[in-house]
Design a protein around this ligand. Structure first.
Ligand SMILES: NC(=O)c1ccc[n+]([C@@H]2O[C@H](COP(=O)([O-])OP(=O)(O)OC[C@H]3O[C@@H](n4cnc5c(N)ncnc54)[C@H](OP(=O)(O)O)[C@@H]3O)[C@@H](O)[C@H]2O)c1
Length: 252
């Protein structure tokens, strides 16, 4: 996508990757509207970046999505980029009894949320001369991390949905791009300053460069080993990664 002159709506823009990309795109001359559940987080970003607007949104709530989408279309008629970025990552136990709340929360926020929000805005986006639907999945969509089995599965499902949608929109003004981050230092899970994670500023730099190429998949170099995994050897690689990560998590 072009990186200037857009009107961009970013879910989960109050923290982490969403905030960092919101600020970077704001500095490049885009109108940015961020969304999330926590007002204080949104207010902090707005205060630090005059010109960014914010709205409260719970992507797990269809009524909240409908109300926010109607408000956006009325207030920002030039809205042409939707960045489905909001997500949660909670531990589960795929080898035991699954906690129902963890299951429902992941599916509502990580999978149904982006699908519903896109559905609420898609006809508006089609009317724009150039529009982009941007999704934040994960490298775990391609190589699951066992203690986060449901999280990984929601991202794999979203990746699949995105491919179908891209095909169906191929002759419209709406392009579909998927960002699949590796482990990036944010507050999503664990320590936001974990030195084993990719630095957020490095991730944003690499992501903007890839976004601008119009690539269907926006991948930083650190993501490639996980993205390139699927194929006949995927089971061995999943075992290798999870054996390593189980030791790392136990040592942490
Ligand atoms: N960091 C990584 O290593 C990594 C790797 C791969 C993919 N990702 C993906 O990147 C995206 C952003 O994560 P992050 O790393 O930047 O972590 P983060 O700082 O925790 O950001 C997640 C954002 O999602 C918002 N959110 C969560 N539930 C929501 C809901 N029901 N409605 C609206 N907003 C909601 C949160 O805001 P509120 O709590 O205020 O609602 C928060 O701003 C996620 O989709 C994540 O899966 C991250």
């Amino acid at each position: 996508m072009k990186l200037t002159g857009n009107t961009v709506f970013i879910t989960g823009g109050g923290s982490g990757i969403g905030r960092a990309l919101a600020e970077a795109l704001h500095q490049r001359g885009n109108k940015i509207i961020i969304a999330g559940r926590r007002r204080a987080q949104l207010d902090e970003v707005v205060a630090a970046n005059p010109g960014i607007d914010a709205v409260e949104l719970d992507v797990a709530n269809p009524a909240s999505i409908e109300a926010v989408a109607a408000d956006l279309i009325a207030r920002y008629p030039t809205l042409n980029v939707l960045f489905n970025n909001a997500g949660v990552m909670l531990m589960d136990n795929a080898a035991g009894v699954m906690d129902e709340k963890t299951l429902q929360t992941h599916i509502a926020i990580n999978l149904l949320g982006p699908i519903r929000l896109t559905s609420a805005l898609i006809e508006h986006l089609k009317q724009q001369k150039q529009a982009t639907l941007l999704y934040n999945t994960s490298t775990l969509a391609f190589t699951p991390l066992a203690p986060f089995a449901v999280y990984s599965a929601t991202k794999a499902a979203l990746h699949s949905f995105v491919m179908s949608q891209r095909f169906l929109l191929r002759d419209t003004s709406v392009k579909v791009q998927e960002i699949a981050p590796p482990w990036v230092a944010t507050g999503l899970v664990g320590d936001a300053n974990d030195p084993r994670a990719m630095r957020l500023d490095h991730f944003v730099e690499g992501t903007l460069a890839a976004l601008e190429t119009d690539a269907e998949e926006v991948l930083v170099d650190e993501a490639l080993v996980y993205r390139n995994n699927p194929g006949p050897k995927e089971h061995a690689f999943v075992t290798e990664l999870n054996t390593f990560m189980t030791k790392e998590l136990a040592a942490a």
